[in-house]
Design a protein around this ligand. Structure first.
Ligand code: GZL
Length: 321
């Protein structure tokens, strides 16, 4: 074998060895190992939140252990216990419902592992988690009601598509909406039921509302706790021979790309943005705590209300990103 070929082979082998060492050293240097117990993939917003948190972990060199609970609390509790057993540096938890977390949060606390609630809250002692990175859902519900009251001069029979039963998002969006409409005697919720934050759930419940309300001709508006249920309701309204966005106003929350497409086509009337980029503040909070710094118990991430006048532009911006 000619010398040059032999030298080339040596060079390739030594380069490969260096690359392998580098690979091992990068993995060994992973900034942190974080467990993330995610609710599921029930809505467009949820999948974009998951993607955003995974991307942020990768950007920071964090080794993220991801678990999808398929909407079941028992799966989330199992995942958190597994993260504790693995001795992770921190845990992100998006709690599917508000109650039933005390025991597993105590186990994490006893293990000295900080838990950051992302997106939703829990009904538990605040000492059991480091912080909550989430929007103020009461404020979102109030903003939706204030818009509807202004749009209808405070006269409207509303049907409400609630989010997942027992979730802080559903509980507080309902609370916020009702706190505002209580000031308008002729603005009332005539029917309310959970569509579980899914498009199919929103469609099925809206179909039952339309049937129960004489075909829906006297329903003034739909208040949906998220855009996916609103889009399902739009389908049901069209199939009932009515014009969504005109015969019935549609207001919802999340600001996912598809709602802007529907708004631009005249099918819905307003949405409130829910920030899916919760990974950065969550990872920063864990870093701060590890350095002995103070972290507030609630890191808020509220967004604005969007109307049809900017929908086409927002859709273009968001669907291409
Ligand atoms: C609210 C979040 C809700 C979204 C839905 O922060 O928990 O859950 O509004 C999602 O799209 O399913």
């Amino acid at each position: 074998m000619r010398n040059s070929t032999k030298n080339l082979k040596k060079l390739v082998c030594s380069t490969a060895a260096v690359a392998l060492m580098m690979g091992v050293s990068v993995a060994a240097q992973a900034e942190m190992v974080i467990g993330f117990s995610q609710i599921g993939s029930e809505s467009g917003w949820r999948t974009s939140e998951t993607a955003s948190i995974k991307a942020e972990a990768q950007r920071r060199g964090i080794d993220l252990k991801f678990s999808d609970a398929q909407q079941k609390q028992e799966n989330q509790i199992k995942a958190v216990r597994s993260f504790i057993a693995q001795g992770v540096d921190g845990i992100l938890l998006a709690p599917v419902v508000e109650t039933g977390w005390d025991q597993v949060l105590k186990e994490a606390s006893r293990a000295g592992i900080p838990v950051v609630l992302v997106d939703r809250g829990v009904d538990a002692d605040q000492s059991l988690y480091l912080t909550k990175v989430a929007s103020d859902f009461v404020q979102e519900g109030s903003l939706a009601a204030a818009w509807l009251a202004a749009e209808t001069n405070g006269v409207c029979d509303v049907v409400e598509l609630q989010g997942t039963v027992g979730s802080s998002a559903a509980n507080d969006r309902k609370k916020g909406f009702e706190s505002v409409i209580s000031n308008f005697p002729s603005l009332q919720i005539i029917r309310s039921q959970s569509g579980d934050f899914t498009r199919s759930g929103g469609k099925e419940v809206m179909e039952s509302f339309l049937k129960a309300e004489d075909g829906g001709k006297d329903i003034c508006a739909v208040y949906a706790h998220n855009d996916d249920m609103a889009l399902g309701a739009v389908q049901a309204i069209k199939e009932a021979g009515l014009t969504p966005g005109q015969d019935l106003l549609v207001v919802s929350i999340d600001a996912v790309p598809d709602i802007f497409k529907a708004m631009a086509e005249g099918d819905t009337n307003a949405t409130i943005e829910l920030n899916p980029h919760l990974g950065g503040p969550a990872f920063d909070a864990i870093n701060t705590a590890k350095k002995g710094g103070d972290v507030p118990k609630w890191i808020k991430a509220n967004g604005p209300l969007y109307l049809p006048d900017t929908a086409a532009e927002e859709y273009k911006k968001r669907s291409s990103s």
